[in-house]
Design a protein around this ligand. Structure first.
Ligand SMILES: C[S@@+](CC[C@H](N)C(=O)[O-])C[C@H]1O[C@@H](n2cnc3c(N)ncnc32)[C@H](O)[C@@H]1O
Length: 242
């Protein structure tokens, strides 16, 4: 197990996630992802927090890039991850967090599901940890390049993702796609070339490609994006148990 680190990374990796520079090859995507998480927090989690303090767990927290979006709303935040992550507050062992059932009002999972071998077990654990009617806010990839962290197993279609989340006892209350098909195609073209060119040219390549990715995304309708996208955000509620 990694030695636990009290502080988040000094290099401000999280700042890049929240506010990427225009020459970052993820500029447009990361901005859209942050806006989607912010939108879901404001619409589905903030109203609960206005009634009193609530508890939220980030399952597969990484470097906790969105922690500030939760903490500004009187939300008690706990980051959970597998034992290689020194920034976790609590560790996941054999797919289980050391916590009693139904301890959290909300559970966040950003860009984790595609990395989890047993994704059904992961969703079952999310269900166990949430209180009844608790909110699951999950993002994961439709199309994206291979990116092990430490592994990379899955990509989802919109229907497939809704199916696996619903099958584990959740009612889907909102579902949105981020970056439509043409825009995502441009992102893949960018990334296909990005890692073949010298490092010093990469920001210039990104500066050329990012406006095109933005432009092609504007040509998609949200309806089309909800069916076919780079990333999906799912908001679901733990179903009432009879
Ligand atoms: C791409 S990172 C995303 C981290 C963070 N949620 C974010 O949005 O930046 C994937 C994370 O999934 C975690 N992970 C991988 N397998 C997991 C598992 N079986 N259960 C929980 N987390 C897992 C990794 O440790 C890593 O922190």
């Amino acid at each position: 197990m990694q030695e636990r680190k009290e502080k988040l990374p000094e290099n401000s990796e999280n700042h890049i996630r929240l506010k990427p520079a225009i020459y970052n090859p993820r500029f447009y995507y990361l901005r859209k992802l942050r806006q989607a998480v912010e939108w879901a927090v404001d619409k589905y989690i903030k109203p609960q927090s206005e009634k009193g303090k609530i508890r939220l767990i980030d399952l597969g927290c990484g470097t906790k890039p969105y922690i500030s979006l939760f903490q500004k709303h009187n939300i008690e935040y706990l980051g959970a991850d597998i034992d290689w992550n020194p920034y976790a507050d609590i560790y996941i062992k054999n797919q289980r967090v050391e916590s009693d059932d139904a301890q959290f009002d909300a559970l966040v999972s950003t860009q984790v599901l595609e990395h989890v071998d047993d994704y059904q077990g992961y969703l079952k654990e999310a269900h166990r940890l949430l209180k009844e009617n608790g909110i699951l806010l999950l993002t994961t990839h439709g199309y994206w390049m291979y990116h092990p962290d430490p592994t990379d197993f899955w990509r989802w279609t919109s229907s497939g993702l809704k199916k696996i989340v619903s099958e584990q006892g959740f009612e889907i209350v909102d579902f949105q796609g981020i970056l439509g098909r043409a825009s995502m195609g441009m992102q893949l073209v960018q990334d296909g070339i990005l890692f073949k060119i010298p490092k010093f040219l990469r920001p210039l390549w990104a500066l050329w490609m990012q406006p095109q990715i933005w432009f092609f995304d504007k040509l998609s309708s949200q309806k089309a994006r909800n069916e076919d996208a780079c990333t999906y955000i799912v908001v679901a509620r733990k179903k009432h148990i009879k």
